[in-house]
Design a protein around this ligand. Structure first.
Ligand code: B3K
Ligand code: ZN
Length: 846
């Protein structure tokens, strides 16, 4: 196994280009034969001459060039061969064993069906090929196998008993190749595009799941219309297929015309899916569909440019969800995720630039930084150039680069050409890792109010020194009546220290800084809780209104963790006011009433120079819930009743928001009524949102044994619901019994550890229970390490991803650090550890 580091600076153009690919698959679980016929020609823009094709874990059966047999030189990673000077046709025959492919990369089997996952470098496990995104070609595929459904990319061209042929007219890199075969049924649909073309739509599932496709189909149609209306992008094939697969390493994959989805990211029904599931499914369907233009028609030159397609496509799916639901609520949830995942990454040993400069295993760079911070960069760019210029620049990008394998430079150039603006400094966002800190100070003198910003970014691995970046900081000012005296204005910070003035002020205003979270930074400003309460009550910017409440909560909770300070009455009063303010969207109120997460509190304390004690944080949050419940006691029953939704279940934002607030209210009520209301809700629930929220409330107050086993009996044959059943138990277990709970669940007959969703539910669920994961016995660290070591030889990608559970180890006390380090070292020293996991563990250890 090679574990060489690959560098962006070493990029060279491919020696050969591909004009046509013809593939024939003779499917068999243990021995699928893949016959390839590929038209190559030397790349006029490359001085390289070596003919190298990637290929891994392939049984080579033979090869020909222009019809004559050749004997290439084979290695573990590919082959080389002498080739003619001009264009030539390469033919090869290889054999692969999809049934033995537990890594779920390349061609593999899931529940009796064949499927593929090629991004980033999985195509080389299917046949010999220049498996790099800058080699694009038209593909024609013939699939032979005894299955009723045989699918590949593009349009179907011919089919008969046991075979089908597909042709994809759009040149694409091999990572977008896909094939599916199996006993599947389809939920059909149609879509008429803006130019009047009829497109056939299908969601392909196993027969048992046919009742769970309707929502996904409607979400797909909404995505297609939205991309036409907002970005002017039309679909470009006669057919668009989505397939649901149970064993999948991530959410979904945007293969051209044949998206393959983790079942959890597409299948939905009111009885089995929560509101959050519906929203996530809608977003993922949109995301994969949007890739058709941002990713497929315009792809990446090399994998260092991954954020070119991912950051932009995440940004687009965030805009879409905002349009479909609520922009304010979406922004708050996105920032919650960004801080929980990306800030955590950016402030620890795994910090890396949005465009990394090197990697050992590219699959390890499908990160929150590339995706979410990548999307924040697009958002900042839009803020800086304005909506109109953003729209123009993006159109120019589509016009100029359609059919290209592009770079971040290409992307920035369309903005420079559209606006005349120099984006050299802005580009630092792609190259510099780490979350900038901005210290804000204020001064009022002779009616002039000055805000001063000082930016700095802490050192990250390999990057000790950082330069000042361009940071758009949206600011508004409020007077002491709570009226807005300065509407939102975007201040562009470009220097290490910079001041901005506002004139004509008679008294000191209250600044509302970083409205809408206009940049992915940490604001450091001396504030106090009366100011925060004031902003919570009066800020017109919904994000900052929520943010003020959050800062208030974190401050009160931190004090309580540090020295037991009781929660101030005015804080509880402010919460009570928000809870009962009917002018506010229930979904917003639910977010405002939710406690900060344990991990968020740990990071907050760590940033304040306090070593976080996970158990103490857990206990503090528990007592917070109790105190809030008591303070809200009189209001809770009415609020609970007011959030009742009449009529049939709908996953739309409005009823979902009401259920979200009702769920929070129920969690408080459960602390006062021994779970009576939750038991009643559980018994009456006709949808998964309410069933699961009732069960969680019961488990959180140490009740619900009966419901937990009833839940199992009711849902044991539904895989996706059983993932919830498993995950809930490890994530909500009491700290001192979490490891034991997880151990018991790993011995459960339904614990199929080779299935990534189930593995993530149990092992990932434990990691999402910080007090349980960090139990001082070290039992959870041991357990997680044992399971990662066990999974690694089968599925390196999922193992590597889950090793990030340990990424915050340096935050904790010496004992915990020693235990976590020992667990990491044990993983690291495992013989034959995969390149994926080895790279991650080595970086985490630092
Ligand atoms: N592009 C895929 C992710 C592929 C991950 C490879 N390890 C899904 C997405 O971002 O849409
Ligand atoms: Zn994506």
């Amino acid at each position: 196994m090679s574990d060489q580091t690959i560098y962006l600076k070493d990029y060279t153009a491919p020696a050969f280009l591909v004009d046509e690919v013809h593939l024939t698959f003779f499917l068999a679980p243990k021995a699928t034969r893949v016959v390839s016929k590929i038209k190559f020609r030397p790349n006029p823009d490359s001085s390289a001459t070596e003919f190298f094709l990637h290929g891994e874990q392939l049984r080579f059966l033979g090869a020909k060039i222009d019809g004559a047999q050749v004997t290439p030189t084979l290695t573990d990673t590919g082959l080389t061969c002498d080739v003619p000077d001009g264009p030539f046709t390469w033919e090869a025959e290889v054999e692969v064993a999809p049934e033995d492919n537990t890594a779920l990369e390349g061609l593999y089997m899931s529940g009796g069906m064949y499927c593929t996952q090629c991004e980033a470098e999985g195509f080389r496990k299917i046949t010999y090929y220049p498996d790099r995104p800058d080699v694009m070609s038209v593909f024609t595929v013939r699939v032979e196998g005894d299955y009723p459904v045989l699918l590949s990319n593009g349009n179907p061209t011919a089919a008969g008993e046991g075979w089908a042929e597909w042709h994809d007219p759009w040149p694409k890199p091999a990572y977008l190749f896909a094939l599916v075969a199996g006993n599947l049924v389809n939920h059909p649909g149609t879509f008429t595009t803006m130019s009047g073309k009829e497109v056939e739509l299908n969601i392909w599932v196993r027969p048992d799941d046919i009742g769970k496709c309707a929502f996904g189909m409607e979400a797909l149609k909404r995505s297609m219309i939205w991309d036409e209306e907002v970005y002017g992008r039309e679909y470009d094939l006669d057919i668009f297929n989505i397939v649901a697969v149970d064993d999948f390493n991530m959410g979904a994959m945007e293969n051209k015309g044949l998206n393959i989805f983790n079942s959890s990211a597409v299948l939905a029904s009111p009885e089995t899916s929560t509101d959050a599931n519906f929203e996530r499914i809608e977003a993922i369907i949109a995301h994969e569909y949007f890739h058709n233009w941002t990713g497929n028609r315009i792809t990446c030159r090399d994998w260092f440019q991954l954020c070119l397609k991912e950051g932009l496509t995440v940004f687009r799916d965030q805009q879409f969800t905002g349009d479909m639901r609520s922009h304010a609520v979406k922004r708050i949830s996105d920032v919650l995720t960004l801080r929980a995942r990306q800030f955590r990454e950016d402030n620890g040993p795994l910090a890396h630039p949005v465009r990394p400069e090197s990697f050992v295993e590219i699959n390890n760079f499908y990160t929150a930084t590339v995706y979410e911070k990548g999307a924040e960069i697009i958002g900042m760019l839009k803020t800086l150039v304005g909506d109109e210029n953003y729209a123009k620049a993006v159109q120019l990008y589509f016009d100029r680069h359609d059919g290209d394998a592009a770079t971040i430079e290409d992307w920035l150039k369309v903005f420079e050409d559209t606006t005349g603006r120099d984006l050299t400094q802005f580009k630092l966002w792609y190259g510099q890792a780490g979350t900038p800190r901005i210290a804000v100070t204020e001064q009022l003198e002779n009616g002039t109010y000055t805000l001063t910003f000082k930016q700095s970014t802490p050192a990250t691995p390999g990057q000790p020194i950082k330069d000042p970046r361009v940071i758009p900081v949206a600011v508004g000012l409020l007077n002491d009546q709570g009226e807005e005296t300065q509407a939102t204005t975007v201040l562009e910070i470009t220097e290490a220290e910079q001041s901005f003035t506002f004139s004509g002020l008679s008294s000191k205003p209250t600044p509302s800084v970083l409205r809408g979270f206009s940049a992915p930074v940490i604001i450091e400003r001396q504030s106090n809780n009366s100011e925060r309460a004031f902003l919570l009550a009066h800020d017109t910017d919904p994000f900052n209104k929520w943010e003020a409440g959050r800062a208030l909560a974190k401050d009160c909770l931190s004090r309580r963790v540090i020295d037991g300070t009781p929660l101030p009455a005015d804080y509880l009063d402010a919460l009570a006011r928000v809870a009962q303010d009917d002018t506010l969207d229930p979904a917003f109120r639910a977010l405002a009433l939710a406690a900060p997460s344990q991990d968020d509190m740990a990071q907050t304390l760590f940033d304040a120079g306090v070593t976080p004690d996970p158990l103490k944080i857990y206990e503090t949050l528990q007592s917070w819930r109790q105190e809030v419940a008591e303070r809200l006691q009189n209001a809770l029953p009415n609020l609970y009743a007011a959030m009742h939704v009449e009529g049939a279940y709908s996953p739309d934002a409005e009823p979902a928001g009401k259920r979200a607030l009702q769920g929070i209210v129920l969690s408080f009520l459960s602390r006062l009524d021994s779970g009576d209301q939750a038991r009643a809700q559980y018994a009456a629930a006709d949808n998964m949102t309410q069933q699961l929220s009732a069960l969680s409330c019961l488990l959180s107050v140490d009740r619900g044994k009966e419901q937990l086993s009833a839940f199992y009996d009711q849902w044991k044959s539904d895989r996706l619901v059983m993932d919830k059943w498993f995950g809930l138990q490890t994530s909500l277990a009491n700290p001192d019994s979490a490891a034991a709970t997880a151990t018991a669940l790993t011995q459960h007959a339904d614990f199929d550890w080779k299935n990534p969703n189930r593995f993530r539910a149990v092992i990932g669920g434990l990691a999402m229970n910080p007090a349980g994961f960090h139990d001082p016995s070290g039992a959870s660290y041991e357990l997680v390490a044992d399971w990662l070591i066990k999974l690694d030889p089968l599925n390196p990608q999922t193992t590597a991803r889950m090793s990030t559970t340990f990424e915050t180890w340096k935050r904790y006390d010496a004992d915990r650090q020693a235990q976590m380090r020992a667990a990491l070292e044990r993983i690291q020293s495992t013989p034959d550890l995969s390149r994926d996991t080895s790279e991650m563990v080595t970086r985490i250890l630092g």
